[in-house]
Design a protein around this ligand. Structure first.
Ligand SMILES: Nc1ncnc2c1ncn2[C@@H]1O[C@H](COP(=O)(O)OP(=O)(O)OP(=O)(O)O)[C@@H](O)[C@H]1O
Length: 603
């Protein structure tokens, strides 16, 4: 490419015209002064005509201008002329001056030619540059449109960038989760390993247990077979047991009958300071007889004192040292009879203070407990045992006081002012008392609570009326209903435990008013008891049960269908001799009675 400056046609024309102007004749002085200034003018013209181009083109223009300027500068200048030392033409040397001018013209013409050539070259270069420029402009346009496209893309990419940001944070979260999961996975793997090990152990254990199960199944089959055999044996043994129980009942009853359906036990209370008074003698050999000895002084003093002995025999005589347990042992046989379905009546007879209540109720301590709590205990324990043989029992308790031929409910818990009156009723051979509390009980404790309640009721009445308990009968009744559904056997009986009123006879002249009435009623009921027992013994057609409330109430428990036990309690003091004798006589009468064979209330 040419490095010549680009000169437009006009400039060149101007230059040419200038050149041609130089050719024209001009005043010599002016010409000499003007010439050196022509070249810069031409350069200035070129610079003025320079088109506004992009920086690329500007550089091109600079290089061309530079070259042009150099070319022009190469021409002869005034300085050169003067500087080279060419000899200055004399003013008169016009010829020389013309030849110098012609040389200069030639020189300029050569230069013009070369400039024109260069100009042509520059024109081609300009055309090329223009082409190049339009190419570049197109390229610029295409680049611009590309840039626009890129800008659109960039804008679109901004949204993508947001998404990317979001995705990156999500990715980070997921990575964290992943690392957590990986950690967990590792833990799980460890766990799995340990569990696999455990599983192996368990499998081994299982196989061991499988073999154990197999072994156990075999032994189970054997055991089942054994159980079946044993069940058969149990059934057989239950049958045998039941047969044995029935046989035991029969034999037990036979023994009781042989002993007598009415039995009398005598019990002597110890003296207050212990021991026994000399007027009471107990036979040491048999425990069945008692002698009351009496020495009567001669009234005149002339005859010797008379000694009189009264001998009595009973089923059993208990001395002052007999324990409550010894007493109960004999009665327990009758309590068993009550569970077997026989009515049983046990009563204590004797003067006040002879030990009736002590015998029947006793005291709270274990050793001194009396007949009633011991009998209750035996009944519930025996009942529980019989349950294993298929027996079921229902117990109903009642507690009545008979005072002056009036019944009083000792289990009453209502208001004293609303105490109901009671009547004895008999229907279907069963004696019941109207408005009386009949309490269903199922344990020894419940009965003991009722006994305590009765005691409390009695003591309340006692406070109101001095020494009332001695002058009233208390009757505790426990109705027993048993059923063995499997054997279709039922039984029903009543255990009657009676603490009678004091049997002492009051000298008529000494008793008045209420006391007289009490005594009459007591004596009447006690003597009626004797009469009823005698009637039963004599098998009389009419037994006067209804003559007293006591005998009427005890009707079911006295007579053919029952077993009766009478305690005759006696006081050891010498001044009780008369009453003791009376009590023993009464008891002896009862003892002589043999009441007809009892039959159990089996259904
Ligand atoms: N066998 C005995 N051993 C020891 N003490 C006895 C015995 N019998 C009775 N007693 C005592 O004698 C006293 C009178 O007895 P208890 O109250 O039982 O007579 P009771 O005949 O029931 O009199 P009551 O007719 O007045 O009720 C009581 O203190 C009692 O503890």
């Amino acid at each position: 490419m040419s490095r010549l400056p680009v000169i437009t046609k006009r400039v060149l024309t101007s230059s040419n015209s200038e050149n041609s102007h130089h050719l024209a004749p001009a005043p010599k002085k002016v010409r000499r002064e003007q010439e050196p200034q022509r070249c810069p003018t031409a350069v200035t013209v070129i610079g003025d005509k320079r088109p506004p181009v992009a920086s690329g083109r500007a550089s091109l223009y600079k290089s061309v201008r530079g070259a042009g300027a150099a070319t022009v500068a190469a021409g002869p200048s005034r300085g050169e002329t003067g500087g080279t030392g060419a000899p200055r033409r004399q003013a008169w040397d016009l010829k020389g001056k013309v030849s110098d001018m012609e040389g200069k013209i030639r020189n300029y013409q050569t230069k013009v030619r070369s400039v024109n050539e260069e100009n042509e070259l520059l024109k081609g270069s300009v055309a090329q540059s223009r082409n190049r420029l339009s190419d570049l402009e197109r390229e610029v346009e295409s680049q611009k449109s590309k840039i626009c496209g890129y800008e659109v893309e960039l804008q679109a990419l901004c949204g993508v960038r947001e998404d990317l940001k979001h995705m990156t944070s999500e990715k980070n979260c997921l990575q964290r989760e992943l690392s957590d999961l990986e950690a967990k996975y590792k833990v799980m793997e460890t766990l799995r390993d340990s569990q696999e090990a455990e599983l192996q152990t368990l499998k081994m254990k299982l196989s061991v247990q499988d073999s154990t199960v197999t072994r156990l199944q075999t032994s189970l089959t054997n055991a089942q077979e054994e159980v079946r055999t044993l069940k058969e044996t149990v059934v057989e043994q239950k049958d045998e047991l039941h047969a044995g129980e029935m046989e035991r009942r029969r034999l037990h009853n036979m023994i009781q009958e042989l002993k007598g359906n009415i039995r009398v036990f005598c019990r002597v209370r110890p003296l207050v300071d212990g021991g026994l008074s000399s007027h009471i003698q107990l036979a040491p050999s048999d425990n069945k007889s008692i002698t009351l000895a009496k020495t009567e002084e001669s009234h005149t003093g002339k005859s010797a004192d008379t000694h009189k002995n009264y001998h009595f025999s009973f089923d059993q005589v208990f001395g002052p040292h007999a324990s409550q347990q010894q007493i109960f042992e004999e009665i327990s046989l009758l309590v068993q009879s009550a569970l077997d379905g026989y009515n049983v009546c046990c009563f204590a007879y004797g003067q006040t203070g002879s030990g009736k209540t002590y015998t029947m109720e006793g005291e709270e301590f274990d050793d001194s407990r009396g007949v009633i709590p011991r009998a209750v205990q035996q009944i519930f324990r025996a009942g529980e045992k019989l349950e294993s043989q298929g027996w079921e029992f229902n117990f109903t308790a009642s507690f009545v006081e008979i005072y002056n031929e009036t019944l009083r409910d000792l289990l009453y818990t209502g208001k004293p002012s609303k105490r109901p009156e009671h009547e004895i009723r008999k229907s279907n051979n069963e004696v019941t008392v109207t408005n009386l509390t009949y309490k269903q009980v199922c344990s020894e404790g419940q009965v003991l609570d009722l006994i305590a309640l009765a005691k409390q009721n009695r003591s309340t009445a006692q406070t109101a009326q001095n020494d009332r308990s001695s002058r009233s009968h208390s009757v505790f009744q426990l109705q027993i209903e048993g059923a063995n559904a499997g054997r279709d056997v039922r039984c029903k009986s009543t255990l009657c435990l009676v603490d009678l009123a004091g049997s002492e006879r009051m000298v008529k002249s000494q008793s008045q008013g209420e006391r007289f009435k009490e005594m009459t009623s007591i004596n009447s009921s006690l003597s009626n008891l004797g009469i009823v027992i005698t009637s039963l013994a004599n098998k009389e057609s009419h037994v006067p049960y209804r003559n007293s409330k006591l005998t009427y109430l005890l009707q079911g428990c006295l007579g053919g269908n029952s077993k009766t036990l009478m305690f005759v309690n006696i006081s050891p003091e010498p001044d009780s001799f008369g009453e003791t004798l009376n009590s023993l006589r009464f008891a002896s009468k009862v003892n002589d009675c043999v009441i007809g064979t009892a039959s159990s209330n089996k259904k």
